[in-house]
Design a protein around this ligand. Structure first.
Ligand code: KG4
Ligand code: ZN
Length: 344
């Protein structure tokens, strides 16, 4: 069985074809980063318009790349939320319409479930159950995962998401949008120990996060120490160190609470090398294992939507023509469990 997956929830147009026996057959990605760079952030209307232009050509390219035609596709999955409503509606409309035209089921997919399941596309996928740390531009949460669709939110950010904190701090330091990866690069030249940032909410019990204070701390540090290149690199280092350390502390707590030794990290910030190193050494200490997607599937992509869509399709889930809907807000713990979760 083969499914086409479409991702248009934010500023990346992603398309992929997934086969439940052979795995990923093709994937195409177009990033709108340049389009939004001048504005210092994503402009929703521009994002929607660009998805309209790019989605169909990317679908054609993915089909050609896999050597397939529309006759070979057994279902169409699209991100139905959470995300920017206009951007989501582009993918939903194209996905729902193609499914109708091709006479196959249409499968709405939850964007964060896509991220959470992205490590399943790798050679050694994690077995259930596990704890997942989802760290993207819009969300930061710890989830207890017992199977596909069996998600219990253990904690989440009460203000900025981790990626958002990276981007806002990077902007303050004069870096282009999205600044997360650029800030991380800058941190490589930083001097450890020159500055120390707080580890928010680590001294109180619980698994919630708060990252908005870190950008203020960065602004104050720049004000008091100047913004020459070395100082900026030192600040970038201290900021990243604080975010990573905070995430590591909370992951350790979550694993202990759930009595688990398997950890999944996914979402844009899971591409961060310092975070991966921090969590790898944590899991080494705990005698456990950390799993993450390959770098290109950490940030938004169609492959994760095709994979998640396939699991939902095999479970008999699809929507009728009248259900063309997008959900800008959609809590992940409202998803339906899939009876027998497999990692196929
Ligand atoms: O998952 P994603 O592509 O989009 C959302 O669903 O939000 O995540 C994008 C976020 C951005 O905030 C970006 O700055 C951040 O992930 N990001 C990083 C890195 N790569 C992407 N943050 C820190 N270090 C990185 N290497
Ligand atoms: Zn995302």
């Amino acid at each position: 069985m083969r499914i086409l997956g479409i991702e248009t929830s934010c500023d990346e147009t992603g398309v992929a074809i997934y086969d439940d026996k052979k795995g990923l057959l093709a994937h195409q990605l177009y990033s709108q980063v340049k389009l939004h760079a001048d504005y210092g952030g994503v402009v929703p209307e521009l994002a929607s318009r660009d998805h309209v232009k790019k989605t169909i050509p990317l679908i054609k390219a993915a089909l050609a790349d896999a050597g397939l035609t529309s006759d070979d596709i057994d279902g169409v999955a699209y991100t139905a939320g959470p995300g920017l409503v206009g951007a989501l509606l582009v993918g939903a409309t194209i996905g729902r319409s193609l499914a109708y035209a091709w006479g196959v089921p249409a499968v709405p997919v939850h964007h964060m479930e896509g991220h959470l399941l992205a490590p399943m596309l790798e050679e050694t996928p994690p077995e259930f159950p596990f704890v997942a740390l989802l760290v993207s531009g819009g969300h930061t949460m710890l989830v207890e995962v017992k199977g596909i669709g069996e998600y219990q939110i253990l904690g989440e950010s009460i203000d900025d998401a981790a990626g958002e904190a990276f981007d806002k701090t990077a902007k303050l330091m004069g870096l282009d949008y999205p600044g997360g990866p650029l800030l991380s690069k800058m941190a490589e030249k930083g001097t450890p120990g020159r500055f120390t940032f707080p580890r928010p909410m680590t001294t109180v019990p619980g698994l919630d996060f708060s990252f908005s204070g870190l950008k203020t701390f960065a602004a104050n540090t720049i004000r008091d120490n100047g913004d020459d290149d070395q100082t900026r690199a030192d600040i970038a280092y201290a900021f990243q160190d604080a975010v990573v350390d905070t995430l590591v502390i909370k992951c350790r707590r979550a694993l202990k609470q759930c009595g688990m030794k398997r950890l999944v990290i996914a979402g844009g910030v899971s591409a961060n090398r310092a975070l991966r190193q921090g969590l790898e050494s944590l899991m080494e200490k705990l005698g456990g294992q950390v799993y993450y997607p390959r770098t290109e599937f950490c940030t938004d992509n169609g492959a994760m939507i095709a994979y998640a869509g396939m699991q939902r399709l095999k479970n008999g889930e699809s929507v009728g023509l009248a259900e063309l809907k997008a959900y800008p807000r959609w809590p992940i713990d409202q998803l339906k469990p899939i009876a027998e979760s497999e990692t196929a």
